[in-house]
Ligand binder design. Sequence first.
Ligand SMILES: [Zn+2]
Length: 723
Amino acid sequence: MDGDTGVTAVNIPEGTGYFASDSDLPFLAPDFTKISEDDYIPAFEQGMAIQKAEVQAIIDNPAAPTFDNTIVALEKSGRMLGRVGRVFFAVSGSNTTDRLDEINTEISPRLSAHGDSITLNPELFARVKAVYDNRAAMSMTPEDATLLENTYDSMVHAGALLTDAQVERVKEINTELSTLTTEFGQTARAAMSEQPLIVDTREELAGLSDSDIKAAADLATEKGYPGKFAIALQNTTQQPLLPSLENRATREKLFKLSYNRADGTTDIDTRMLIARIAELRAEKAAIFGEDDWASYTMYDRMAKTPDTALDFMGQMVPALAATQRREAALLNEMIEAEGGDFDVQPWDWYRYANKVKAERYELDEDAVMEYFQLDKVLEDGIFYMAEKLYGLTFERRTDLPVYHPDVWTYTVFDADGSELGLFYFDPFQRPSKRGGAWMSNFVDQSYLWGTKPVIYNVLNIPKAPAGEPQLVSFDWVNTAFHEFGHALHGFFADQKYESLSGTATARDFVEYPSQVHEMWATYPSVLSNYAKHYQTGETIPAELIDKIEAAAQFNQGYDFGEVVTAALLDMKWAALSPAEAAALDTPAKVDAFERQSLTELGLEIDLVPPRYRSTYFNHIFSSPAGYSAGYYSYLWTEMLDRDSRKWFLDNGGLTRANGDHYRKTVLSRGGTMDYFKMFENFAGRQPDVTPMLQARGLLAGGDEAVDSEVADDGPAEVGDSGQ
Ligand SMILES: [Zn+2]
């Protein structure tokens, strides 16, 4: 039923150049020998023109709207654009040039406008709606039904069902939001960079390194305070130099400068901007018939409603608050032991936490690295895990063109010996690569197109000098397992439609399968297969791993607490009704709202303030939507992850039966079904927050390390670059 969508091809232009047709290489792998930088702009332009004509052909089709001639035809449109986009964004992310950066700047807004012209096309929506309204009478597979629903929902969410007057008002709101959020970002940045802490004497900076002190002297001169010292603020509430500063008064000044950023303590103030942004978002949500901004923006998430996310976070509060009090008591003991006569405050916290940590978990990171060699991590660790769990095997290739000589390629074979896809591994840091780690596809799995996945993982491991062994830190080992978890989510895709295939899942779900796969990095039988000393061949001692894991559970009352508090604060802002938001009409009322929201949580907010206070919370206020009502996602996927690790361990660990079950219920499902149902099919119950609290060391019974890695998911790739 896919072959004939009834769309006439008469008015659709032909593309030219490399991207006009599929690659000749196996799995349609990109042929980098045939691609030059000058190909991209024309290919993007042709790709957009072709898709525009394809959409017009759907609209002009004289036949009545059907699932095939409208929904599938739309899904199939933009093939050339997809081809060029996947290659361009892969290469510009991993091996960019000045020219590629220019192309990126030029093409990104044009792509975004092109996307809007389809989503907001009223004639196209009329056809989509005709099919949608008839859905009860149609016979569809569940995947077809999901595609129909997603297509319809995304257009409705953009405003397709609104009256002309409402659309006009939404456009006004969007414009004002765009202006205000840009102003917020600039003002918050000014509060961070233009108002450093000015210190009169070198003595007040005791504890800092000579280079930090020199930088402080240079900055003071630059800011017009020659002979003094200046410390610039960093983004988060806590400041990286606080632990080193011996002078408690300096610590307090630096912390308070950070904490009071843009809250009117100086002449920089974002409070009324925030109130107006919240009010506009609430008004926009109301136009769409939703109670609040969170409800409007969470429509396609796993959690779906703000209450679900709030209830979830509320479950952590008692254990977290108790841990915060316990850690504070521990730090107070350390302060007393050192002869201090004060109770720990946020500006003291990391200084004393670091001392306790050093005393308890003396860890030599360089000694740990000697057990992790990159090729063994990949082939004897990650691939071994994939074989034991899923029956996969891997064959290194040297015949495929790559965008940089340091990219390794493999054919991936399924358990029955058939070819599953291609894997590209790009491990090393280089100036042409952006920071972080991520996974994406050169080719998506799709039965509609008959394509198998071509997937890449990108890391930023420092490359060893030629002739030296390529050792890897434990953090990068964890990240490599994480990114391969995304890759498996892509390889096991079993979908007809690209837009539902593999990792094309909700923001508060996509990090879950990748996080689960981190568990195997320290699983004993995997570890003993790959973590061998590069000189002696000896397997890593268990006590070294135990130490790493115990150290990771330390200080979670703060590390985890500040994230939970920020996530809750985000949700409180997003859950305001239009009337509640409008009532925040003075700076004092904004202060009171924040204070009340934080106090209600029941956490020790004066000891552990949020990672970002409202007045400099860029994630949620510096772009029209951004991560607002979404900061909880980091915590949510961790809950799913930790609960799933428990399921694996309860059911025998690293076995084919467990792997096949996870593949069948989760990894092969893409975005085709309800995520709670997916989880229930896997675990036999709804997700539970307890294993996460245990893993974080907040409850008794935890036995695993916690990684602090987090994600910022772009629409097309799964990135892991910072919170
Ligand atoms: Zn990730």
